[in-house]
Design a protein around this ligand. Structure first.
Ligand SMILES: Cc1ncc(COP(=O)(O)O)c(C=O)c1O
Length: 389
């Protein structure tokens, strides 16, 4: 059974401002860059009783099946700018940029991951002809390990949960081994901030896509929370100073990894003891990033914790609108379904201003990153009739 928490102390955070288009301009120059689809999920909108459900589909982002490479690539680029005296600009192609890095080699990029971020870092290393070493928690499914290894990375399985994997990766750093981690702790904040900035590309794209369709910005954004970097990017973009009108934001976590939920309720950061074993692998984090925490605390209206069954239901519903979404990818919708069911009197939706003319934005943050599981969950859904491949 899921749970719901209405955050009554939301305000626009003083440090939050809409990021510039630097990350977007950087990503546009990478190979395989394409604007990812913004899909009008008609059946879902009908089912949820709202005017529009837009789904930003990140199942193919820069050639990978999740949005995470947006952060990894931009943070690596900014780290290069900071740690070297090279004149990186101007460049138009990856070959030109790669050329400038010759004297840095051998260089290794290291990180911890529960799947997607690590693959993103490994792909960035491969793009620039660098090494990568990726730490994953015990219990990471083989398909995710294989996917990271397919990028040429060395994968190390840690005898512990995600937080332990982060510690192991952090211990590896030295002059020739750069940690590109998507969560921050005291003393390690700059790179995670660039990662958050890197995610803004998605929202600039949504902005342009809606403008081209002559449609208004969304009224409600539902975002899944792992360490909170993605949610921080949502808050900065949609509730930062300068964004108007400010939409409402719903944050979603797995029940057993609801560190944002528990932290906001407690009024201070709370860690959830591991191991976190939800199928929503990308959200199995027990501790929030310290740079994400204030933005989440001040910028997210409602927190929802969901169980795995809800994620499965959401995957099937998205499939009905033609969207292939993995367990973490569908978690946003899972949260909205949970909210609707819990909110029997409609009071939360009323506070969020949700009516039949509301436009909701969901971010399907990944495709079928665990294909076997996807097949098992969606392929056997009775509404789809037969098995899907
Ligand atoms: C597919 C997917 N969605 C959402 C998230 C959550 O992002 P964050 O950890 O920044 O909260 C992750 C994190 O790995 C992920 O892999």
């Amino acid at each position: 059974m899921g749970k719901l928490y209405h955050n009554k102390s939301v305000r626009i955070h003083g440090n939050a401002s809409i990021p510039g288009q630097g990350p977007l301009e950087f990503h546009r120059r990478l190979p395989d860059y394409n604007v990812t689809p913004l899909i009008f999920a008609r059946k879902l909108a009908q089912r949820l009783g709202v005017a529009r459900v837009w789904v930003k589909d990140e199942s193919n982002r820069l050639g990978l099946p999740a949005f995470k490479i947006l952060g990894a690539s931009y943070a690596f680029y900014r780290t290069l700018m900071e740690r070297t005296s090279f004149e990186l600009e101007p460049w138009d192609t990856i070959e030109q940029l790669r050329e400038k890095l010759t004297s840095l080699r051998p260089l290794t990029l290291v990180t911890a991951t529960d799947g997607n971020h690590g693959r993103g870092v490994a792909r960035v290393a491969r793009l620039f002809w660098l090494h990568s070493k990726i730490f994953v928690p015990r219990g990471t499914v083989q398909a995710r390990i294989n996917a990271i290894e397919s990028e040429g990375a060395e994968v190390i399985v840690v005898e512990g949960d995600y937080d332990e994997a982060v510690k192991a990766a952090a211990n590896e750093q030295d002059r020739n081994t750069w940690l590109i981690q998507d969560t921050a702790w005291p003393g390690y904040e700059t790179i995670p901030r660039w990662i958050v900035e890197g995610y803004s590309t998605m929202f600039w794209e949504v902005h342009e896509q809606l403008k081209a369709l002559k449609k208004p910005e969304p009224d409600v954004i539902v975002v899944q929370i792992g360490v909170g970097s993605l949610a921080a990017a949502v808050v900065q973009f949609y509730r930062g100073q300068g964004s108007s009108p400010a939409p409402r934001i719903v944050g979603v976590e797995p029940e057993r990894a609801a560190c944002a939920f528990e932290s906001v309720k407690a009024g201070h950061m709370v860690s959830i003891p591991g191991p976190q074993t939800s199928v929503m692998a990308g959200l199995n984090c027990g501790t929030l990033s310290i740079i994400a925490w204030p933005l989440i605390r001040d910028g997210i209206d409602v927190f929802v914790a969901v169980d795995d069954e809800r994620a499965f239901e959401a995957m099937r519903l998205l499939a009905e609108d033609g969207i292939i979404s993995g367990e973490s990818g569908a978690a946003g919708l899972a949260g909205y379904l949970e909210l609707s069911e819990h909110d029997t009197t409609g009071s939360i939706r009323e506070k969020l201003g949700i009516t039949e003319s509301t436009r909701i934005l969901l971010i399907s943050t990944e495709g079928a990153t665990d294909p076997e599981m996807y097949h098992r969950i969606v392929g056997t859904h009775p509404n789809l009739g037969s098995e899907r491949n």
